[in-house]
Design a protein around this ligand. Structure first.
Ligand code: ADQ
Length: 484
């Protein structure tokens, strides 16, 4: 592709997935998601492309099995804009993605709730893959183009890109939390990561706390002098010898109107009623929806719910907990162990407290279509979102957007969403008694109060949707020092 683009979105994954079929052809499907729908208008309005990995493995030049195999190029028209694939081999995915991204950075950035692994054989492919991304972008971007890099898999890209293309306007957004400096200190490559991010003109986070953590890291490990809104970094290519990096919070959101509209359809309303019916029309339908990830605190709510059954605060048949846990990162060992732990907890609770035909917990380890998820949200009286740490947590927002009437959101203080959603029943997920209290409180709060709290959360969510998030980030990038 020799065309030079004015606007590039860069993320680990392309907004499509490629499934290789038994007959050797590739089936391309669009991955629906908040980021794609938020960016769609911007992508369409600009001369734009999306750079990322397709999810399939590039041939390994050292493998005889792969001899002569080539990847079919991404066909035109499958995405919202031209898609540029960065090819990754199976080995690179193991080191860069399953290794450094998901076994080092993911646990470290989530308060080390699982022990991060620090291996040079993870770091090296992380550097190599980030460099490949940077090279691709450098070759594709028009003079003075805007580049928006996403997430923890690509933190070295801003600096690598600036080294080759100082003319570009570079924004970076982190979708997960940024840890406190004391924890970030563990990372053997802390300086390289901090410098990598500071290659951007604008670095965005979900919450003010994340932004403050990052500025403190710049101070402590790079000996810079940040102020409240950014930091000056040395830059020999500038006449002043330096440039300013803006650092700010941009809490991501969802397409609120779309969730609300889906929830209002007759099909979804009927399905919500049918789900309640099938679950035995319990007085309280409680719901958890998460990727099966150890940061999400699925165990927290299972434990709380089970203890409430044991203590009689919930009578058998009175409440049902539906836990939807999407399969996730199944090649990473911690995730395999977590699945066993969760399924043991569910099995025990059903064994100890189930009635014939009426288990107190329904566990679904499956992906669902959006309409079906919305039907669950619409049906649920109490939504349980109890992560130990979460960048934002879109599920909390999706519930509020989809649940028109009175309903209660039990929400961890350690989710980014808690900053905005102060009308939720906020809990400390490490405090088992506190979580139980919040659930009981949610069960017995009068409907008119639940209704008022829900209305306030919905009003905020309608005003702050994902389109506004993207627009505010791009506007701030536009105003960053680059343009002066
Ligand atoms: P995630 O950790 O994936 O995202 P979250 O924000 O909750 O967490 O988003 C999960 C998404 O997956 C939601 O849109 C949800 O509807 C969907 N989903 C969950 N279970 C599903 C199922 N069974 N079938 C289909 N869809 C399902 C990361 C960060 C978050 C941050 C987002 C966005 O960890 O903190 O909010 O990025 O920045």
């Amino acid at each position: 592709m020799s065309h030079a683009f004015e606007f590039l979105v860069v993320a680990n994954r392309l907004p499509v997935s490629a499934d290789e079929q038994p007959d050797g052809t590739t089936l391309w499907t669009r991955s629906p998601g908040g980021l794609v729908s938020a960016l769609e208008p911007v992508l369409r309005g600009h001369d734009a492309a999306w750079v990322g990995w397709s999810g399939r493995f590039a041939p390994d030049p050292y493998s005889t099995e792969d001899y002569g195999r080539e990847l079919e190029p991404v066909p035109d028209g499958v995405g919202p804009c031209p898609l540029v694939e960065v090819e990754l081999s199976r080995e690179e995915v193991e080191g860069f993605y399953e290794g450094f991204a998901n076994s080092t950075l993911w646990p470290l950035y989530h308060d080390a709730v699982a022990t991060p692994s620090y291996h040079r054989h993870f770091w090296e492919p992380y550097v190599a893959v980030n460099q490949r991304f940077a090279n691709r972008i450098a070759d594709l971007a028009a003079e003075g183009a805007t580049v928006w890099v996403h997430d923890y898999q690509l933190q070295l890209v801003p600096r690598m890109l600036r080294d080759r293309r100082p003319d570009l306007r570079i924004g970076f957004f982190l979708h997960i939390p940024f840890p406190p400096a004391e924890l970030f200190a563990q990372l053997p490559w802390r300086q390289q990561i901090a410098e990598g991010l500071l290659g951007a003109d604008l670095v965005g986070f979900h919450t003010p706390g994340d932004a403050a953590n990052f500025l403190r890291v710049a101070e402590r490990f790079l000996r810079l002098s940040p102020d409240g809104t950014g930091v000056e970094v040395p830059d020999a290519t500038r006449p002043t010898g330096g440039r300013r990096v803006t650092v700010d919070d941009f809490p991501i959101s969802i397409d609120t109107r779309e969730y609300d509209a889906i929830a209002r359809t007759e099909e979804v309303q009927d399905r919500a009623a049918e789900l309640r019916e099938k679950l035995g029309n319990p007085r309280w339908l409680m719901l958890g929806v998460d990727r099966l990830d150890y940061t999400k605190g699925i165990d927290v709510r299972l434990k709380a719910f089970t203890e409430l059954l044991e203590e009689g605060a919930i009578q058998p048949g009175e409440a049902v907990l539906v836990q939807i846990a999407t399969p996730s990162r199944e090649n990473v060992e911690d995730y395999q162990r977590l699945r066993d732990e969760i399924e043991l907890m569910v099995g025990r609770a059903i064994g100890d407290h189930g009635l014939i035909g009426a288990p107190p917990i329904q566990y679904l380890h499956q992906p669902f279509a959006r309409e079906e998820l919305v039907a669950f949200y619409a049906a649920a009286d109490i939504m349980l979102v109890t992560p130990y740490r979460d960048g934002m947590n879109l599920v909390a927002k999706e519930y509020v957007a989809s649940h028109g009437g009175p309903g209660a959101l039990v929400l961890s203080e350690f989710a980014g969403a808690a900053v905005e959603m102060t009308d939720a029943f906020l809990v400390n997920p490490y405090d088992a008694e506190g979580v139980k209290h919040a659930i009981v409180d949610a069960m017995h709060t009068p409907h008119d109060e639940l209704d008022t709290r829900m209305r306030r959360m919905r009003a905020r969510l309608f005003e702050h949707d994902v389109a506004r998030w993207a627009a505010e980030f791009l506007e701030a990038l536009d105003k960053s020092e680059w343009s002066r």
